[in-house]
Write a protein that binds this ligand. Sequence first.
Ligand code: UTP
Length: 408
Amino acid sequence: MTLECAKQKLQQYGQEHLLKYFDTLSETQKEALLQQIEETDFSVLNKIGSNEEESSTGTITPIRALRLQEIHANEDKYRETGLSAIRSGKVGAVLLAGGMGTRLGSDNPKGMYDIGVTKPMYIFERLICNLMDVVRESGEFIHLFVMTSDKNHTATTTFFNEQNFFGYKEDYIHFFKQDMAPAATYDGKIFLEEPYKLATSPNGNGGWFSSLKNAGLLDLIHENGIEWLNVFAVDNVLQRIADPCFIGATITENRSVGAKVVCKNHPDEKVGVMCLKDNHPSIVEYYELTPELRDAVDENGEPAYNFGVILNYLFKESELEDICENTLPLHIVEKKIPYIDDTGTLIKPEEPNGYKFETLILDMIQMMDTCLPFEVERDKEFAPIKNKTGIDSVESARALLTKNGVTL
Ligand code: UTP
C-alpha cells in the first residue's frame, strides 16, 4: 500500500496518529507499517459505543442435558459408534492455543507451562498423553490442528519440535495461526505497540474456524474425510480429547454439535452455563447470569442452570462451513493493552486501558442450533489452569491429576 492510500484509509477511520513516527522509520519498518494498515480491518472500531450486545439477549429457559446415568446406560453403544467414526478417519481435533494466558503471567505460550513436580510435565505434553489414550484404544492416529497466534507461533512450533511432538506422529499435527484484531483506546484510537506496529491481539476463540480456513487447512480436512472436529482449550489438563463416548452420543442423537458440561460446584462458579435462548441451545456467560437465573430451580428442586461448559465441543465440519459464511457477532472486551506513549516509551498498564475485539465460540453453539449438552464427571475431566494459585490454578490442577493417578 502506498503512503497516500494509507493516509486515506486512516483518515476514513480517524486513525491518522498511527503515522506519527513514520518519518523516523527505516525503509523496512515503513513497509511493514503500510502493509499492516492495508491488512487491518478498521471497521471493528465502529463497534465501540454501539448497543448490539444488549440486543442479542433473548428469553432464557433451562435445557435438558444427557446426564451421567443415561450415558452409562448407553455407554457401549455410544463408544462403539465413536470408535468406528475415529477408525474411519472421520474425527479430527483442534487445540485452541492462540490465547495470551495473561492470568498465568508467563511470557511463554500457556501450553509450555511446566506443571510437573518430580519431573517436567508440560501442559501440551499432558494433552497429547490424553489424546494418545484414544489413539491406543482405536488403533488410529487423529489429525490434531493446533491454533497459535502471531504472538506465540514460533515459540509453540519450536517447542513441539524440540520435544519430538511428545511422541505423537508429526504428520498428524498441523499448526495454524489465528487472525488478529486491532486493540484501541476507549475513544477508538488504535494503540501503537512499536513506532512501526499497530497493537493487535488474537481475535478470540471464535476465530478458530475462519482462521483454519484462511490457513488453507480445509483441503486437508476434506481430503482425509474428516467430518467431526473436537475443539478444546489448552488449559484443561484432565479433559478427554476425541472421547469415543462423546462422539458416539452426538452422532447417535443426531446432533451437529455436542458440548461437554459439568455440574457447577457452586452457584457463583465462573463458567458459562448451557440454556435455551429463545428456544435455541445457547450459553449464558457467568457475568450475564442474573440472580434470578442463578437461583432458579427445576421441577425436582435442582438448580435449573447448572450445566457449566468446559470448552470442549464436537462440531460437524460441514455445518461450520455454512456458519462461517454468516459472520459471528463481534464482542468488545476491556483489557490491559501494552502501548508506546508520546515519548516512544513502552507502557505495560496494570489496569485495563482499552478495548480488544473478539468473536466467541459460544456464538457458534447458538448458530448451530442443535447442541447436545453431554455431562462429564468434573473430578475426572475438569482441571483448568487459569491462575498460578487458588481457584483454577496450577495447584488445583496438580491435585486433581494426582487424584486421577497421574504421576507428576
Ligand atoms: P481464555 O479465555 O481463558 O483466555 O481462553 P487465555 O488467553 O487462555 O487466558 P487469559 O484470559 O489471557 O488469562 C480459553 C481458550 O481459548 C483459547 C485459549 O488459548 C484457551 O485455550 N483462545 C482464547 C484462543 O485460542 N484465542 C483467543 O483469541 C482467545
